[in-house]
Design a protein around this ligand. Structure first.
Ligand code: FMN
Length: 202
């Protein structure tokens, strides 16, 4: 297993925070090794404890482990640019969110928000375990719905790949250059006390 670059060498928080937030990033280099069942379940366990409206737990995860026939099915959902590095992942996953409330069947306006919380829990757990997680919008959403038989009351939110860290030198050249932890705009461009304005980035 390759060693992950230390994100803390590339990133600095402007205000004190839990170091895990800086440690998590989205490498593409993965080793092609599998994960154990227990490692996989720890990731989904982390997602399980995300907050949600009415404790709806709208998120659902459909996944394929690389050592099963499902893996190719999930790989085939991805855009070619993502397939190029995801073929070395240990697990590919589609995130779903239930669009309606269980108690009354009415639309739940925060189903995507809550599913995003669950994904981030999982991503942070992955970082804590020295593994790699990488979210993806670059896949065929409708194909995912059809191939994976997703019921209408669930939104297809995103995909992600999880794996053990790999060797960046084995990535295609254009991806190799991007294989480092990214920065962020200053917090002042993200927050505004009161109505929209001030220093908020457009
Ligand atoms: C929902 C979502 C979709 C993304 N889609 C892709 C994608 O299709 N392909 C890709 O290479 N990276 C994708 N990314 C990774 C982002 O580019 C990455 O998270 C962002 O640049 C911030 O970098 P960091 O995660 O390393 O902090 C996606 C991330 C998220 C959360």
């Amino acid at each position: 297993m390759s060693k992950l670059p230390n994100a803390e060498e590339h990133r600095k928080a402007d205000y004190p925070i839990e170091p895990l937030f800086i440690k998590r990033w989205s490498p593409r280099a993965m080793s092609g090794e599998s994960l154990s069942d227990s490692e996989i379940m720890s990731l989904f366990e982390a997602a399980r404890w995300a907050p949600s409206t009415y404790n709806e737990q709208e998120w659902r995860f459909l996944y394929g482990r690389r050592e099963t026939a499902h893996f190719q099915t999930f790989l085939d959902l991805l855009m070619e640019t993502n397939q190029a590095w995801c073929k070395h992942a240990a697990l590919l996953c589609v995130v779903l969110a239930r669009k309606v409330f269980t108690h009354n069947g009415k639309p739940n306006p925060v189903h995507l928000f809550d599913a995003g919380s669950a994904w981030e829990n999982l991503a942070l757990q992955t970082a804590r375990m020295g593994l790699v997680a990488h979210g993806m919008a670059g896949f065929h959403f409708e194909k995912a719905r059809t191939v994976l038989k997703v019921p209408d009351e669930f939104a297809v939110c995103a995909m992600f790949a999880v794996g053990r860290p790999g060797n960046p030198d084995e990535l295609p050249a254009e991806l190799r250059e991007r294989e480092k932890p990214s920065g962020r705009r200053p917090v002042q461009q993200t927050v505004c006390e009161g109505p929209f304005g001030g220093t908020l980035a457009r």
